[in-house]
Design a protein around this ligand. Structure first.
Ligand code: AMP
Ligand code: MN
Ligand code: MN
Ligand code: MN
Length: 282
């Protein structure tokens, strides 16, 4: 059966491969169906689709939407979207506006912490596309302010650190409704990665299901096998489907590779169970 990887990033957000390079890499790694799910944009989809058609790879039009739920940032993946949908695009445009404001603000705060030029540096690394904290992290790491990207997050970009900027992303129910409005399916991304108690995570899953969400990303490049089994249990309890995605951002993060995802745990119904071959290449 074809290998599904339903979570990946390109240079349209904070990945380092262009959509064309990403699709080629996925194909070489044995992925049969790939979803491009850039943060808050579908900008890379048309290029990815063209590359996928040339290689006969199934390309799912996706997105990873930034959401604030109960004071915490949560990521919701949308799959099989009509990227022309106006409500979806208006919603994403609003999030990118917040991102632009936040990027300037992060730059100002780092400036005060004696790190000049971070906004310009991050902007340059983003090639004029969407600016993510990842671009700030790369700029700071490249300029010797920390030993690597992870270290920059830890010391500069998270709550309580000099370059942290709080703010509100999309409400959960709205993000899910944009996805559904665009004919897509909503998935909670990497559910084991949120700093939540089991009780709080189950509240999130319940609110997500009540809003029309369909699946949990049970298998993720950032989940252990144990976590995958725990998430499969939650999916079953809430009658949700299971998804699988690497969250690949490029070859600089060699601990996450494409084409190597484990199978969904037994009894976990895959989100692709009723996808037609036509949907897979839409
Ligand atoms: P943003 O959406 O701009 O706030 O950036 C979030 C992105 O930063 C995530 O999608 C990850 O790619 C990256 N990220 C978040 N935390 C870390 C971390 N601790 N180490 C490395 N990358 C991270
Ligand atoms: Mn990212
Ligand atoms: Mn994410
Ligand atoms: Mn992601």
């Amino acid at each position: 059966m074809t290998h599904f990887d339903l979570h990946s990033h390109s240079t349209a957000s904070d990945g380092t491969l262009t959509p064309t390079e990403l699709v080629r890499h996925a194909h070489d790694a044995g992925v049969g169906t790939l979803a491009l799910t850039d943060h808050d944009t579908t900008e890379g989809i048309s290029e990815a689709r063209q590359a996928a058609t040339r290689l006969d790879l199934g390309l799912i039009a996706g997105v990873e939407i930034s959401v604030t739920w109960s004071g915490q940032t949560v990521h919701i993946v949308g799959l099989n979207l009509d990227t022309e949908n106006a409500r979806l695009q208006e919603g994403l445009a609003g999030l990118r506006e917040f991102r632009d404001w936040r990027a300037r603000e992060i730059g100002k705060r780092l400036e005060k912490a004696s790190i000049p030029g971070a906004y310009a540096g991050a902007l340059a690394l983003s090639n004029g596309r969407l600016v993510s904290r990842t671009h700030f992290a790369r700029f700071l790491a490249d300029n010797g302010h920390a030993k690597d990207v992870r270290d920059v997050f830890k010391h500069f970009l998270v709550n309580g650190k000099p370059g942290h900027v709080a703010g509100e992303w999309a409400p959960l129910a709205e993000a899910v409704s944009w996805i559904r409005d665009a004919g897509g399916q909503a998935v909670i991304a990497h559910p084991a990665r949120y700093r939540m108690t089991r009780t709080k995570l189950r509240k999130l899953i319940e609110a997500f299901r009540d809003a029309g969400g369909e699946a949990l990303e049970v298998v993720s490049g950032s989940h252990s096998r144990d976590e995958a089994f725990t998430m499969a249990r939650h999916a079953k309890d809430f009658d949700l489907l299971g998804s699988a995605g690497s969250d690949y951002h490029g070859p600089e993060n060699p601990w996450i590779e494409m084409g190597r995802l484990d199978a969904l745990p037994p009894g976990c119904k895959p989100i692709w169970y009723d996808w037609s071959p036509a949907v897979k290449v839409r």
